[in-house]
Design a protein around this ligand. Structure first.
Ligand code: HPA
Ligand SMILES: [Zn+2]
Length: 331
């Protein structure tokens, strides 16, 4: 099965590029930029990656990305991940990135954007990988700041696929960002949002109704509302579920208890992703293997999850057709 899962062309719709920062690269970038880390060794970093909840993770996530200073750092971060992912059979990644988390520590939008865009272009030329770009906004910061950053990013709108909404979900409802999402829609951008990870099922309804999103990132708490489940099924709204992330952040106790099998039984359009692979114990292949072990899923289920992801990915129709055909041949 491991071999089948390795060669299966896999697509991930939910990945934060800053969450791919492995401790080894963190140390290298710290050295390069003359930054003193609060960790003495790579082992110490890894030992710190035990979280009680989303906020506990976010604190380390924002701290870790402090080593990213130059355009080259952003390029290296992304390219490092793209190579690893392509090496395990990932063919497409829709990548979130958090400009506000860099602007707030004095790193310009251009530095982050140019480094990430260069890595995307290099990967698309030199690896068998396509990359979608999702500019994410931090929901625990103000709506005014988000709008201001979005306007500042105007020179890059053309090269973005979508905007997203992430960071601390509790008490930061989607409706807070209604104006931003309307503005992004007018600018021709697609919209996705994290909802129903730690926040209630009502936030999923709200993201669909008030932000007009086409995807829900996570969404696992939809099961608390039968009418919502029925809506997600009828509209075939894709959920980008992140199994190892949910275990790490204690959204669920253990993978065997994860609602994924129930979500599939209910006929929802489910995909699986790694979220922040450097922090949550593995990349997309590891998430596949863990689901196989926990749920006993066979080849058909993994084919379906990846077909769902391919159908919804931000990629050209030409590449989608090529990859859909390749997926069918790999079965
Ligand atoms: O899983 C997540 N949830 C919310 N915000 C995030 N930012 C990075 N990862 C996450
Ligand atoms: Zn996420």
């Amino acid at each position: 099965m491991q071999e089948y899962l390795s060669q299966l062309p896999k697509t991930e719709l939910h990945l934060h590029i800053e969450g791919t920062l492995e401790p080894e690269l963190m140390f290298e970038l710290a050295r390069r930029n003359g930054i003193e880390l609060s960790y003495a060794s790579i082992e110490e970093v890894k030992a710190a990656y035990r979280f009680d909840d989303l906020q506990g993770f976010l604190n380390l996530y924002y701290q870790g990305m402090g080593v990213l200073r130059t355009r080259q750092d952003f390029f290296d971060l992304a390219m490092d991940y793209f190579k690893r992912a392509a090496g395990e059979g990932v063919v497409h990644i829709d990548m979130h990135f958090d400009p506000q988390a860099h602007l707030s520590r004095g790193v310009s939008l251009e530095t982050a954007m140019e480094g990430l865009l260069e890595a995307k272009e290099r990967a698309e030329r030199s690896l068998d990988l396509s990359v979608g770009m999702i500019m994410a906004f931090l929901r625990d910061r103000s709506a005014e700041e988000a709008l201001q950053v979005f306007e500042q990013a105007k020179p890059y709108w053309e090269r973005l696929d979508a905007i997203g909404l992430d960071s601390a979900e509790r008490d930061n409802p989607p409706s807070k960002f209604k104006t931003l999402f309307a503005r992004a829609g007018e600018a021709g951008l697609r919209r996705v949002a994290h909802a129903g990870e730690e926040g209630p099922a009502a936030y999923i309804h709200e993201a669909l109704d008030e932000l007009d999103v086409e995807r829900i990132d996570h969404g696992v708490r939809c099961l608390e509302d039968d009418s919502l489940v029925e809506r997600l099924r009828a509209e075939q709204v894709v959920l980008t579920v992140c199994p190892l992330s949910n275990v790490s952040l204690k959204v669920i106790d253990q993978l065997e208890e994860h609602p994924l099998p129930r979500l599939l039984e209910k006929g929802l359009k489910i995909t699986i992703s790694s979220d922040d692979p450097a922090y949550f114990g593995g990349g997309l292949l590891d998430n596949h293997v863990a689901c196989h072990k926990a749920f006993g899923w066979g080849k058909d289920t993994f084919a379906k999850l990846n077909r769902n992801a391919l159908e919804e990915a931000f990629m050209s129709e030409e590449r989608r057709q090529i990859l859909l055909e390749r997926l069918e041949k790999s079965l």
